[in-house]
Design a protein. Structure first.
Length: 217
């Protein structure tokens, strides 16, 4: 059983991470700005505290006594996430770093834009992508570039497939490091439920400390 603090527990991805972790018997502390807005049922292994991912001191407090600190903030695909993604990365690292030798692993939800496609380009090079989506992709890319400069905090960044949306939990997925995971038809997709499975699997059996990896069918 792991002790997990989770930022972004109300989001599409974060809520599924929360459910998956609780279903597997982990102890989860949901860190939210307004506990009254957390739309999940009470659970004996769930604690809810107030915190702000953009405040390093709040991150430090949330990381106290935890094995893993997960951030699903900025994991969505709407314009409102843009201003949070890169600043959150710096706040998370600063806050976890302040815990010193007892700091938890920092596990963050990333983006798919910087993943390589079979033609050697990156997802964000595709024609016709809307500008707001490109901005979000590059913000995730900037956050990943920052994580890759960090050597004194244990971190992992998990990029989803090109398409991630609510769906079925199958428990089946494939992983890669920097290459987009494609199915037999050439599509890159994952349900939010199976993304959560992959993330909690990484908590239970860490394989990618100090790197980004990705998941898809």
């Amino acid at each position: 059983m792991a002790k997990i603090s989770l930022f972004g527990a109300n989001g599409t991805i974060g809520s599924r991470i929360l459910r998956e972790a609780l279903d597997r018997g982990h102890q989860v502390t949901a860190v939210v700005r307004d506990p009254a807005k957390l739309t999940v049922p009470a659970h004996q292994n769930l604690t809810v505290i107030t915190g702000d991912v953009l405040d390093p001191a709040s991150v430090t407090e949330a990381a106290k006594g935890q094995d893993v600190l997960v951030s699903a903030v900025g994991g969505g695909d709407g314009p409102g996430h843009l201003a949070t993604i890169a600043p959150a990365a710096k706040s998370l690292v600063e806050g976890v770093r302040a815990r010193g030798a007892g700091a938890p692993l920092l596990l963050t939800v990333g983006g798919a834009g910087s993943l390589r496609t079979p033609d050697g380009k990156q997802v964000w090079d595709a024609e016709g992508l809307p500008e707001f989506l490109l901005q979000i992709m590059h913000a995730h890319g900037d956050a990943l570039d920052f994580y890759r400069t960090v050597s004194d905090v244990r971190w992992t960044n998990l990029s989803p497939a090109a398409t991630i949306e609510p769906g079925e939990r199958t428990g089946v997925y494939r992983t890669d490091v920097d290459n987009l995971v494609l199915d037999a038809e050439g599509n890159s997709r994952i349900s939010a439920e199976d993304y959560a499975v992959a993330l909690v699997d990484e908590i239970e059996r860490p394989q990618h400390v100090g790197e980004r990896f990705t998941v898809g069918y």
